[in-house]
Structure formats: C-alpha cells, structure tokens
Design a protein around this ligand. Structure first.
Ligand code: GDP
Length: 297
C-alpha cells in the first residue's frame, strides 16, 4: 500500500514530539526537517514540500494553546490539517447533471488504468448512488480495449456502446450519448484512447470528443506509481482539456504516494477517486481527511 514508507518515517518523528509538554521552535525545526525528507522521499513535488513546511512552521510555532492537547499533539494536528488542505480539503465528488445523462469522459495515458476505471466507476455509481450507466468504447487504437470493456460490461451486466475500431471516436461518443438519452441512462462513461506519451494527435482527438459531447466531467486517470511524472501528465492534460478531476490508480502498489499529495497542489485539479487494486470493486472515493490520517498513521 502506498504511503507505508512515508507513514513509517513520519511516525518516528511524530512519536518523539507527541508527549512533549513544551515544544520549542528548535523542536519544530527538527521535526520539519524530518517531515521534509519524508515527503521528498515519497516523491512529493519539492515546491509543494517547501510551501507545506513553511505553512506548518508558521502555524505550529505561533499557535494558541488548546487545553485538551499537549503542545506536541497540537503540532501533529497542524501537520494533519495542512496535509488535508494540500490534498484539497473537502472530498470532491463526481458531477451529476440536472438533466440525465451525465456525460463523463475518461482520459489518460495508455496503461494508466482508464478502461478498468470506467468499469469500476460504473460499478460504484450503480452500487453507491443507484445510477444506471452506459459504457462507451471509444478507444479504437489499443487492440484489446474494446473487447476488454465489453467483457467488463458483461461482468457487470451493463450495456457497452461500440462501433468497432474503424469508426471515428467522435461518432462513437455521440452515438453513446444519443443511446443513453433514448434509454434514460443516468451516466455515459466514455473510455477514450491513450498514448504512451502526451502528443498532439491524442489531445486533438480528445478535444474533438469534448467539443462534440460537452461532458459534465472530464476525469484524468493517472498511475500513482509514476510519481512526479503523474503530476506532469496531469498538468499537460489540464492545460489542453480543462480537466475536472483525477483518478489515481495503483495506490495499492508499492508506490511512494507522492502524486496523491502533489496533484491538487500543482495542478489545482482535485483527486476524486483512488484505484486500490485490479478488481472491479477496488475503487474508493478520495477523502483528503482519511488519506491524511492514513499517512500520519
Ligand atoms: P488503459 O490502457 O489506461 O485503459 O489501462 P487498463 O485499464 O487496461 O489498465 C492497465 C493495467 O493496470 C491493467 O493490468 C489493470 O488491471 C491495472 N490496473 C488498473 N487500475 C489498477 C489499480 O488501481 N491497482 C492495480 N494494482 N492495478 C490496476
């Protein structure tokens, strides 16, 4: 699980300060040095780390005393709150159109987990929100993507809209939205093509789909294992497409987790969901509060 290394490192530092009846500026400085290293090791963007440390220090040193907590505990509380803030503060939910269907476009690089996440999100929407989605297979380039989505659709007993791999992805997206309207589906989740790198062709196609179907939500699927690269990818997609939120996949892996902490701070785009495994039910809404607590152990 991601953050294990980070949590472990922070734990030692926090333990040292936890019971202290009096915390000096030197204590805070020492602790912040450790926190800084731990965050950098977890592959959090260095500018984000710098700002974070500065903010925690300012608040931790000058804060008013709460009777219920020891000074050590108060410093930890500040770290927790700032960490939460860094990840977006409140939980950021998926859009829901006043008039169905809500159109969601799933974008990202190849291998990030788009197709899998389309199915996971469909399952989540039905199970947790009682919504009926239609899946749309608009990734016509990756050889197995359409079959993969159809298999997942069968597994979920959910319809998949496809025109094969010779059609224009824009027509596929438009056709899917039309069918969803006819059948009174609540959501259309469009699986789009990815490439190994961000390139103009990919962005051009995604922009054409966006233009044609005017999605309520563009979700960027990024692989948390790629650390700061994930954040750079998020910046590029956001510049070109004005993305509404990110889904971080593979947070179950042995990743350092830095992307989860930096994406919002660097790009302004909130993380909405986290992929915690390959199975269809392994998608969780991203809660900054719970994540901060998980990181701090
Ligand atoms: P796409 O090219 O972006 O559509 O990627 P896929 O959906 O085909 O996923 C690529 C690989 O990542 C597959 O083997 C998935 O099972 C795997 N995968 C996707 N999400 C997760 C996740 O949250 N955790 C883990 N461990 N694997 C994932």
């Amino acid at each position: 699980m991601a953050f294990e290394g980070l949590a472990e490192r922070l734990q030692g530092t926090l333990d040292k300060i936890k019971g202290k009846g009096k915390v000096t500026e030197a204590d805070v400085d020492e602790m912040m040095r450790e926190v800084r290293l731990a965050l950098l090791e977890a592959d959090v963007n260095f500018k984000v780390v710098k700002k974070f440390i500065k903010q925690v220090k300012e608040r931790a040193v000058g804060q008013e005393v709460l009777k219920s907590l020891t000074p050590g505990q108060q410093v930890i509380k500040v770290v927790n709150e700032e960490l939460q803030e860094l990840m977006g503060g409140e939980q950021s939910k998926i859009a829901h159109a006043d008039k169905p269907p809500t159109v969601v476009m799933m974008v990202g690089l190849q291998g990030a987990g788009k197709t899998t996440t389309v199915a996971k999100l469909a399952n989540h929407l039905r199970k947790e929100h009682n919504r009926q989605p239609l899946l749309a297979a608009a990734d016509i380039y990756r050889p197995a993507a359409i079959d993969q989505l159809e298999t997942l659709g069968k597994q979920l007993d959910m319809p998949v809209y496809s025109l094969g791999n010779q059609a224009d992805p824009v027509d596929i997206a438009k056709g899917a939205v039309a069918q969803a309207k006819d059948e009174h589906r609540d959501y259309v989740l469009i699986d789009t093509a990815g490439r190994l790198h961000v390139d103009e062709d990919l962005m051009g196609e995604l922009q054409r789909i966006k233009e044609a179907v005017q999605p309520e939500e563009i979700l960027l699927v990024v692989d948390a294992m790629t650390g700061q690269d994930a954040v750079n990818v998020a910046e590029s997609f956001n510049e070109q497409l004005d993305v509404n939120g990110a889904v971080l996949t593979k947070l179950d892996g042995d990743t350092r987790g830095g992307a989860a902490i930096s994406v919002k701070a660097v790009t302004g785009m909130p993380v909405k969901f986290a992929g915690m495994g390959e199975k269809i039910d392994q998608l969780e809404p991203f809660h900054p509060e719970r994540m901060a607590s998980r990181i701090l152990g």
